[in-house]
Design a protein around this ligand. Structure first.
Ligand SMILES: C[S@@+](CC[C@H](N)C(=O)[O-])C[C@H]1O[C@@H](n2cnc3c(N)ncnc32)[C@H](O)[C@@H]1O
Length: 284
C-alpha cells in the first residue's frame, strides 16, 4: 500500500533518516516553501480558474479510472504518456518537508549518503510541461498522463491541469500531492492529480500500442514514419523515463525505440513524439 509522506508514518531504516535538523536552511526559505506548497493548481478550462490550490482530506489511495478502448466511446484515438522513475522524494529538511533536488539539497543529500545527481525533479517538471502544453493536448487528444516515482508511487495527471509556470510552485504542488494523495481545484471537486494504485497497466486501453523510449534501443526510428505505420483507430501509449540516467524497465511495452542518434532530455523526446503524432492526426 502507498502511504502519504509526513509525520507519524512508517519509520525509515537506519541511515535513511532525513528528518534531522538541517542548519543550512534558513527560516526565510522554510516560510517561502510553506507558502509555495499552498499555491495554485488550476484547470486549463472551465469556471474554476482560481489561483489557489486546495487539496482534499483523503482517506487513502484510490483506484484510477480505467480507460476504455476509444472505439467503444466513439472518440477519436488518443495518446497516453507514462513517465517512469520520476525523482520526487519528500524529506524533512530543517523544519519543513520538501521535494529533494540536487541544487538546493546537495549537502543534505551527501550527508545522508545519497548521490545528488539522482535527485532531479526538474526533469518530470519539464516533461509534464512539454506534454500538457502541446498542441496535441490542446486539440483534446491527450487522454491521461501517469507518473511513477522512483519510489514506486503512481499518480495520474488530468490532461486539463495547468501546471504551475515556475519550478518552485510545481514542487509545492508535488509535495501536497505526495502528502495528501490528491489535488483538487477550488470550486470543483474534480481531482486534477491523484495518487492511484499500481500497476499502471490496469488503466491503459486494451487496444493500445505501448511504446517505450530509450536512447540505448537498437531500433532507431524516424518518429513520423513510425507513427504513420500505426493503425488510425489505435490509442498510443508512450513510456518515457523521467530520470537523469539509467534505462526504463517495463515489461508491458510492445516496442522499444530510439528517436534520435543523440541522448535527449525527456522533454525533447516527448516534443518529438507529440509533433510526429500531431502530423499523423493533422493537429496544427
Ligand atoms: C534524460 S533521458 C535518460 C537518459 C538515459 N541514459 C536513457 O537514454 O534512457 C530521459 C528519457 O528520455 C528518453 N530518451 C532520451 N533520449 C532518447 C532517444 N534518443 N530516443 C528515445 N528516447 C530517448 C528515454 O525514455 C529516457 O529514459
Amino acid at each position: 500500500m502507498v502511504r502519504p509522506y509526513g509525520k507519524g508514518h512508517k519509520k525509515r531504516k537506519k541511515g535513511e533518516r532525513y528528518d534531522k535538523e538541517e542548519e543550512e536552511v534558513e527560516d526565510e526559505q522554510v516560510q517561502e516553501e510553506k507558502a509555495d506548497s499552498e499555491t495554485e493548481m488550476r484547470a486549463q478550462d472551465g469556471e474554476e480558474k482560481t489561483e489557489e490550490a486546495k487539496e482534499m482530506q483523503l482517506p487513502g489511495v484510490e483506484e484510477g479510472i480505467p480507460i476504455v478502448p476509444s472505439h467503444q466511446t466513439g472518440k477519436k484515438p488518443g495518446v497516453i504518456f507514462v513517465l517512469e522513475k520520476a525523482s520526487l522524494e519528500v524529506a524533512k529538511v530543517g523544519k519543513s518537508y520538501q521535494i529533494l533536488n540536487s541544487e538546493e539539497h546537495a549537502n543534505f543529500l551527501r550527508r545522508n549518503k545519497k548521490n545528488p545527481a539522482d535527485y532531479r525533479p526538474d526533469i518530470i517538471y519539464q516533461a509534464l510541461l512539454s506534454i500538457l502544453d502541446s498542441p496535441l493536448n490542446k486539440a483534446g487528444r491527450l487522454r491521461a498522463v501517469y507518473v511513477k516515482t522512483d519510489k514506486g508511487v503512481l499518480f495520474e495527471v488530468k490532461p486539463h491541469v495547468r501546471i504551475p509556470r515556475t519550478y518552485k510552485r510545481f514542487a509545492g504542488i508535488m509535495l501536497q500531492l505526495l502528502q495528501k494523495l490528491s489535488i483538487t481545484a477550488v470550486g470543483n471537486r474534480e481531482k486534477l492529480l491523484r495518487v492511484i494504485k499500481n500497476p499502471v497497466t490496469q488503466y491503459l486501453p486494451l487496444n493500445s500500442r505501448k511504446i517505450g523510449f530509450s536512447h540505448s534501443s537498437e531500433k532507431l526510428v524516424q518518429m513520423e514514419k513510425y507513427v504513420a505505420g500505426v493503425g488510425d483507430d489505435t490509442d498510443l501509449v508512450f513510456v518515457v523515463g523521467a530520470m537523469s540516467h539509467g534505462k526504463i524497465e517495463c515489461d508491458y511495452v510492445d516496442d522499444f525505440i530510439s528517436v534520435s542518434e543523440y541522448p535527449l532530455s525527456a522533454a525533447w523526446c516527448i516534443a518529438r513524439v507529440c509533433e510526429a503524432v500531431s502530423k499523423k492526426w493533422r493537429v496544427l
